[in-house]
Write a protein that binds this ligand. Sequence first.
Ligand code: NAD
Ligand code: DAU
Length: 354
Amino acid sequence: MIVWVTGGAGFIGSSFLLRQVPRAPSWRFVNVDKLTYAANPRSLEAIATRDNYRLARVDICDFDALDRLAAEEPPDVIVHFAAESHVDRSILGPREFVRTNVEGTFHLLEIARKHWRPSLGADLRGRVFHHVSTDEVYGSLGDTGAFREDTRYDPSSPYSATKAASDHLVRAYARTYGLPTRVTNCSNNYGPRQFPEKLVPLMILHMLVRKPLPIYGKGANVRDWLFVDDHADAIWTVLERGVNGETYNVGGHNERTNLEVVDTLCALVAKHTGVSTEELLALKTFVADRPGHDLRYAIDASKIERELGWAPAETFETGMDKTVRWYLENQAWVASVQSGEYLKWIETNYGERG
Ligand code: NAD
Ligand code: DAU
């Protein structure tokens, strides 16, 4: 069984590979990754030399390159993580998001259609196109309620609009060509190996060098936080026990305002470094809000819990504690991503916000 894992050198893809490559030795995992700024092959050192793992540096926007790879490593399963994933970057420059998230997904669907021949009555047993998507496709909630699988799509940012478009393409290929597809829409992930443009690692790393902690607007926006390994396990559960054509929402039942998240991180960094919590809390700085900033996300994960028996293993407290400790103990990883590209991003994104 050959499984293509696109974007496997990114944050969630690397968690998925690090867990599954050793656990499923009869599967051959081909990591199809362009290695953008968000990828870090250092994250995959623990599995890099395993017999059932290979990194193929391929851009999913290059159909011919994908086609050549499919001739060499014909996929039975495609788990599609690869994307431009950062909302703020999509606001400053949407083009790359349309390219990778829409066109790239289209190319992978075309690979599956060409090689699996679903509409010609081919034997599709064991074949799955699993699309890893986001709860941001549903837009913003008010003070109450939670996203269900049948919630209407209403994306706010260029990022979430491209993810919505890719979800629609995946479902259209299922309906039109009979492609065996599954979609998961997940809430905010946090954990080891996340690129420090995202809230949690950005705050931890700023605390370590006593830089201001930039909080957009009033910090009252709510996200539903899930530890990354729990998301990786949810995807594996859907691959093993999910039903073709179905969508599963994945979330941690951990709604927190951004201020609550930052306060928690201040307390944890203080606990593990001996710096006073007050000194870290004093770094909080309110900056200009994100345009089109969704107020609140919350996931109703009852379908995957009830039908497939998945449940998160980490609580918000245990997961955040593990995350802070990982960043403190992995300074070499941190140094490897804090390149010129990272510093340039911090200057572009936060330079004007103060
Ligand atoms: P990430 O930005 O950390 O990693 C993205 C990976 O995709 C990188 O390894 C990058 O090199 C690769 N990639 C980007 N463009 C590519 C291209 N054109 N060709 C091949 N590879 C390319 O992202 P992440 O946070 O790990 O998210 C992975 C997936 O999960 C995305 O589809 C995202 O929309 C979805 N998701 C993320 C979250 C979250 O909280 N991070 C939550 C729900 C869903
Ligand atoms: O909900 C799932 C989504 O979660 C994924 O689809 C995206 O790929 C992922 O990036 C994440 O999107 P968010 O925009 O919610 O994550 P981010 O870490 O960028 O921001 C989380 C919240 O924190 C959000 O309300 C904006 C706020 N924020 C973010 C940054 C980077 C700040 O207040 N300050 C910051 O510096």
